[in-house]
Design a protein around this ligand. Sequence first.
Ligand code: SF4
Length: 416
Amino acid sequence: MNYPKSAYIHIPFCHRRCSYCDFAIVPIGDESNDLKNISIDSNELIENYLGYLYKEISLTKETFPLSTIYIGGGTPSILSSNQIGSLIELISSKFGIQEGAEITLEADPASFSLIDLEGYLNVGVNRISLGAQSFDNQVLLEIGRKHNRTQIIECCNWLKELEAKCKLRSWTIDLIQNLPNQTSEDWANNLGDAILQRPPHISVYDLQIENGTIFYGLRQKGLLNLPSEKESSKISLFTSSFLKRNGYYRYEISNYTLPGHISRHNRVYWSGEGWWGFGQSATSCPWGKRFTRPKSILGYKKWVLNQELNGPEHSLKSENKSLIDLDEQILVGLRRREGINLYALFKNWGWNKNDLDQNMSSLMKEWSQFIASGKLLKQGDRYYLKEPQGMEISNQILINMYRWWESKHGNPIDPN
Ligand code: SF4
């Protein structure tokens, strides 16, 4: 059996909940401006959670040295470098960490100082993902972020300096496009500001309005002024052309990189290789099956205790597990610049020659208009989206694929 060589670790704590966020987080409050001045109660909560997280990691039976580790959240940079160090040490003693492994920490510009940052690097972190989201103070306020533009630039300066001194291997910033009231001019200025910092890697996500968020409530009341479809398409096309002009290669729908800075951990998710996941709400996919942990902190703690009581096999094998459906494999594959080998996917799914031909031809009917327009390209058995036109209409291509997949339900063709 191939053991996963990557691990995702979820740290659920945030100062507050942002207006667009529906992640499994635990807000600990942000009254204090002192970055690491976390209340005793919150600190106890964090330490208590870490205890369960350590327990969960320690219970894993099968291990193999890891080549990527991603500490995400939430806001992992709320933790001290000692806490992050203990986590990496435990992972190292349990699994081993390969020489040259990529160890990423997500950081919020309002939650760490230069000393904290140096501390993270000293304990093994070598890649930082900075949650900038926007360089516009008004926008940051509206989306509920705690940080401001000055803090982002200060963090970028630290990161550049540490990268130049070879103390940091790489870093990336996250941005969100198509935010409320955003015009294409606003976005162009914003992206221009980001490029001035010359991050080696940039992730640009489209705003999604998730059920239960502040933005969702505002939209229901007609109080959220989102960019029109036309403006939003202009914004998205500008992103890819502007970043391309500035030397960034789009290797996945939302991810752009300068040469040599592709996120190795991201590629594990998209490539179909397995990964471990630890912590509240984390999903792991050790061998083609996904296991999702409870979303609430209490539910997670009970789940860990249950694992301890009945053995890790119990909860991992009998609860919250699902095969990665073929439609999802196509979805993650098509997001990548290199696309997917449909023939190989169908074969792995267990379809014999007859079923394979039949299903290929029905999917091609759904995709024929995109292939004819040159937005979905074919090279041998490989299908991939043309950049940028195909990537911009990826949703339509995927909707047609889902329609095809839906038509398979109830179909006697079943891999099992
Ligand atoms: S900092 Fe990130 S994880 Fe935390 S609430 Fe905001 S968007 Fe969500």
